[in-house]
Ligand binder design. Structure first.
Ligand code: BMA
Length: 337
């Protein structure tokens, strides 16, 4: 699908790498769509946890074939930009899940808390879509689920430290009956004393608060701490019934953009700064004209460097993994007017 209307543009503070940083060509096992990746700096390296949908081609999809599986893979790089070394085997493969209830895990976000890596995963089950929090061993070779939500919920992201005496997460339940039977989903926040039991849930950002969304929102990457507060990405979706054929699917009417806001340092349930325009909107060839579902920008990772550079990792068109950078002060200036 070519660029859609209304035209939305990325902030001028955003610089994209000239091409995706990880694609199916980089993966040493069956791989088709490599996207929605979380990234942390860990022991001097950058560790990426990415989603891979595999076992289907555009041609076979057109004939009714579907993806055989979804895996969550690990890649490591010295600079967080290129030369990603992809682990020989994925951390999780849906074909190896030996549980009648769970069919797959996907859209990983990764957060270091007290130096220990935790994943937030979406989990498809026989009884609905759930969010899961998992601890991961130091070598990223095994994981252990420590907490799951009730359905339907996904897009969880953990803050990297306790605030007050509670762990904090962003999440996106998707209520249907209470929201007029259609997509109208918002960003929520919950707190926990131990990462396992979650409560004190509150609404953080509603669709109506985002001028470039008319459909739904979701959390993006784990927030990063700055002097001014928690810099926090989210994804925002607009839908237009006049949009039609797009990517591999016969019809796809949605567009995903990335937005940015600032949350209070001591009470992150308060939005203290908000940018009314998108931070990243689909614009390049591989974001707009290529891939499985075009016009999708889906960030899951954000790293703040000592230099003030912010690295934003996002899935483009549900097909490739990309990197955009910006200066932290520029991002703060977008939120605080
Ligand atoms: C969402 C999730 C994401 C995906 C996005 C765009 O609902 O399924 O994994 O990137 O849709 O297709």
């Amino acid at each position: 699908m070519p660029a859609v209307t209304p035209v939305l543009k990325s902030s001028s503070f955003i610089t994209r790498r000239d091409k995706p940083i990880l694609t199916h060509k980089d993966i040493p096992y069956p791989a088709t769509l490599i996207f929605n990746a979380g990234v942390v700096k860990y022991n001097g390296k950058y560790v990426m946890v990415f989603r891979n949908d595999y076992g289907c081609t555009e041609e076979s999809f057109a004939n009714g074939d579907r993806f055989k599986g979804t895996s969550v893979g690990i890649a490591v790089s010295d600079n967080g930009i290129d030369n990603w070394v992809v682990r020989e085997k994925p951390l999780i493969d849906s074909c190896d899940i030996n549980d009648k209830e769970i069919s797959r895990y996907y859209d990983p976000r990764i957060t270091l808390i007290d130096g220990k890596p935790y994943l937030c995963l979406a989990m498809d089950t026989e009884h609905g879509i759930r969010g899961a929090i998992a601890e991961v061993d130091d070598n990223f070779e095994s994981f252990n689920i420590i907490s799951t939500t009730v359905p339907d919920n996904r897009n969880m992201a953990l803050f990297p430290e306790k605030i007050g005496d509670r762990y904090v997460r962003l999440e996106r339940p998707f209520p249907v009956y209470g929201r007029w039977g259609k997509d109208r989903f918002d960003v929520w926040m919950s707190k926990s004393p131990d990462l396992r039991y979650w409560g004190d849930t509150s609404l953080l950002l509603g669709v109506e608060d985002v001028p470039f969304a008319n459909d739904k929102l979701g959390p993006a990457a784990p927030p990063v701490k700055t002097e001014k507060g928690w810099l926090t990405l989210f994804h925002a979706v607009d839908i237009d019934e006049s949009r039609g054929k797009n990517g591999w699917e016969k019809v796809w009417k949605k567009r995903y953009t990335a937005g940015i806001m600032l949350l209070d340092k001591d009470d992150p349930s308060k939005v203290i700064g908000f940018c009314k325009e998108p931070l990243i909107a689909p614009e390049t060839e591989y974001e707009v004209n290529e891939g499985f579902r075009q016009n999708v920008i889906f960030p899951c990772g954000m790293v703040l460097e000592d230099s003030g550079e912010v690295k934003i990792y996002y899935g483009a068109s549900d097909t490739v993994t990309c990197l955009a950078t910006a200066d932290v002060n520029d991002l703060l200036s977008l939120c605080i007017k």
